[in-house]
Design a protein. Structure first.
Length: 88
């Protein structure tokens, strides 16, 4: 599926909850990979791309708790989609 999201939405709906849920483990899992800056500066897309790839790698390797997968789905599902229906 395709879904449009602004950087602020990705920060508040994806990055911040992931960081909060992982606590001190966040720095270990995302070492050397930084989320995009709050303002548009050169390299923002590249940073966002690397961060999302790292998130996917950690999820696929089962290095993150299942709640992180739920946060990702909730942040990236199109508006109006019931998360309970996706879980079936």
């Amino acid at each position: 599926w395709r879904v449009g999201r602004r950087l602020q939405h990705l920060r508040s709906g994806l990055h911040d909850p992931v960081k909060q849920e992982l606590g001190s483990d966040y720095k270990t899992r995302f070492e050397g990979v930084h989320f995009a800056h709050k303002v548009h500066v050169r390299g923002t897309t590249g940073r966002l791309d690397l961060w999302c790839k790292k998130l996917a790698q950690c999820l696929n390797a089962k290095l993150l708790p299942p709640i992180i997968a739920a946060i990702v789905l909730q942040a990236l599902l199109p508006d109006g989609v019931d998360t309970a229906e996706v879980a079936r």
